[in-house]
Design a protein around this ligand. Structure first.
Ligand code: PMP
Length: 294
């Protein structure tokens, strides 16, 4: 888990001045297939060490999909039963993967999105505290700390301390907060840039439009130097470009992160921009808007 490759993006960035380099952490190399393996494993290990997740209890959380796949992956390997609440409109591939891994899946009202899944999980945890241990990824410090302990140090080492900008999409905000905190401690001049959807209703699965969403407890709105808003269609277009120009078949939030990274690149004269590609594209094949006709 972790120690993912840092890939140079050379073709999508070919119009940029040579003094600007753009790299992406290829998080689909993790065993569960996404960046969320990092917080999931840290959350589980911390809860076991603290005596919160004891034998016989089920791990319960809400998730847009990837965190669930990570919990289910490690839960299967560690003998921990897992129950997940997710919106019924999460991609069918994700729901099927969770079931294959043996997780119990509770589908919540799609019109309420990931906030609806949070509300159902909270209620289940409150009603049956002896059955469930509520992992609560949005408010669990072990989420962002996973990135402080792994993603941040990896990026510092892989760029030989040369990183000048770190760009990450906002879901729980764990990636941005943990990686950002570590990098800022090591390199006080580094710029931390958040990417979020440009509207409350969007197609950037895994990301949140913070102004209209339930704010995660681990999120500090004043932390990032800047927030870039990304349109769903621009992220789709970038996913197709990354596939066709770089041979990187990534997920939609990776496209969004790259759009934001390119926007940052267009405004600077030199620098080493690092972004993070949370997962690969295989789970989004049923998202017709992404592929059809283009
Ligand atoms: N992209 C995808 C595909 C995700 O599943 C997530 C997690 N919700 C993110 C981005 C955002 O990561 P974080 O929760 O660390 O902000």
């Amino acid at each position: 888990m972790g120690n993912t490759p840092l890939l140079p993006l050379r073709r999508v960035t070919s119009g940029l001045p040579r003094q600007i380099q753009v790299f992406a952490k290829a998080e689909w190399f993790n065993p569960g297939g996404s960046v969320k393996d990092r917080p999931a494993l840290n959350i589980i290990r911390t809860a076991i060490a603290n005596g919160d997740l004891i034998s016989g209890k089920r791990l319960l959380d809400s998730t847009s999909g990837n965190m669930g796949i990570s919990y289910a992956t490690f839960g299967a390997a560690m003998g921990i039963p897992v129950t997940l609440c997710l919106p019924a409109n999460a991609s069918p591939e994700r729901i099927t993967i969770l079931r294959v891994l043996g997780a119990e899946v509770i589908l919540t009202d799609p019109s309420e999105g990931s906030d609806g899944a949070i509300r159902v999980a909270r209620q289940m945890a409150a009603e049956k505290p002896d059955t469930y241990w509520y992992a609560n990824q949005y408010n669990n410090d072990a989420n962002w700390q996973a990135h402080y302990l792994t993603t941040g140090p990896e990026i510092l080492a892989q760029t030989n301390g040369q990183v000048t900008h770190f760009v990450a999409g906002l879901g729980t905000s764990g990636t941005l907060m943990g990686t950002g905190r570590y990098l800022r401690e090591q390199l006080p001049n580094v710029k931390i840039i958040a990417a979020q959807p440009d509207a409350p209703f969007h197609g950037l699965e895994g990301l949140k439009h913070m102004p209209s969403a339930i704010q995660p407890g681990i999120f500090d709105p004043a932390f990032a130097d800047e927030t870039v808003e990304v349109q769903t269609e621009a992220a789709h277009e970038m996913v197709r470009r990354l596939a066709r120009e770089e041979g990187l078949f990534v997920g939609i939030s990776s496209g969004a992160a790259m759009v934001a990274a390119m926007q940052v690149a267009s405004r600077i004269k030199e620098g080493v921009i690092v972004t993070l590609f949370p997962d690969a594209g295989y789970k989004y094949l049923s998202d017709k808007a992404l592929w059809e006709g283009k």
